[in-house]
Design a protein around this ligand. Structure first.
Ligand SMILES: NC(=O)c1ccc[n+]([C@@H]2O[C@H](COP(=O)([O-])OP(=O)(O)OC[C@H]3O[C@@H](n4cnc5c(N)ncnc54)[C@H](OP(=O)(O)O)[C@@H]3O)[C@@H](O)[C@H]2O)c1
Length: 251
């Protein structure tokens, strides 16, 4: 798919990895809906950076844990823009808690944002994409969805299910809509850890390619999957080969 003249919705696009994806799609000619949750100022900055590239951008807020908020987001896209060819499900939480302490409320919150929201966004994007003559979805999973991490049972389960949802949707929405998944490894440190921190540099040394990734490593792969007209249902690690390594606990 040539992105020129197309409209893309990137969830969680105000900052970090989602922002890099939004900017990369804009560099390739797409107009971008910069979805955000709480980062209104950063979303406006991202919109400004996208507009400086010569394409349109809109900042749109929505709490993706709430179905009516997702409906509001898609109603605004339908009213204000009219068409949608690309959806990138990037917004997510990164919650950690011992399995035996995860309450049903915490479990539901994580699954609502990381799994139900991408599902609902795909469901609501599909008619807009079909009306536009076709579309492409990219879901952003996580290595914790490929093999389990301690204290991330809810997060990992949501990201594993997102991989399955990718394949189910790819099968069911073909041939008009392609659905693929990127599985990033260590790209940006979680809140509280600086990128320059020694612990983060050491984290990179455990990766077969010897370093942590960059947001653009993910963004360029997302753009590749959107642009590749004969790829659907693919699950592509962008992790410096980390998925190849045995879990350290088992070595
Ligand atoms: N960073 C990494 O190294 C890494 C590694 C593997 C996988 N990933 C995956 O890549 C994606 C992006 O990663 P990231 O580190 O950039 O993510 P992040 O900073 O943890 O979160 C991305 C965005 O999700 C949005 N969000 C959170 N709760 C929301 C809610 N209730 N409603 C709407 N939006 C909400 C936030 O938007 P606001 O700021 O506007 O509130 C946030 O900016 C995620 O799916 C993540 O799981 C990242």
């Amino acid at each position: 798919m040539n992105l020129s003249g197309k409209t893309a919705l990137v969830t969680g696009a105000a900052r970090r990895v989602g922002k890099a994806i939004a900017l990369e799609l804009a560099r390739r000619g797409a107009s971008v809906v910069v979805h955000f949750g709480g980062s209104a100022g950063e979303a406006q900055e991202t919109v400004g950076e996208i507009e400086a590239l010569g394409v349109s951008a809109w900042a749109m807020q929505s709490d993706l844990r709430v179905e009516s908020e997702i409906e509001r987001l898609f109603a605004a896209i339908a009213d204000q823009i009219g068409d949608l060819e690309v959806l990138v499900n990037s917004a997510a939480s990164f919650e950690s808690e011992p399995l035996v302490e995860i309450g049903p409320g915490a479990w539901d919150e994580v699954l609502a944002l990381n799994l139900r929201a991408p599902f609902l966004c795909i469901q609501k994007a599909a008619p807009l994409m079909r009306a536009a003559g076709g579309g492409a979805v990219v879901n952003i999973s996580d290595l914790s969805g490929v093999r389990p991490w301690k204290n991330f049972a809810h997060h990992g389960t949501s990201k594993a299910a997102l991989i399955h949802l990718t394949r189910a949707a790819a099968l069911e929405l073909a041939p008009e809509i392609r659905v693929n998944c990127v599985v990033p490894g260590a790209i940006l440190p979680p809140p509280g850890i600086e990128e320059a921190a020694e612990s983060w540099r050491k984290r990179g040394l455990r990766v077969p390619l010897g370093r942590t990734g960059e947001p653009n490593d993910v963004a360029e792969t997302v753009a590749f999957l959107i642009s590749s007209d004969y790829i659907t249902g693919a699950v592509l690690p962008v992790d410096g080969g980390e998925h190849l390594a045995a879990p350290r606990a088992l070595l």
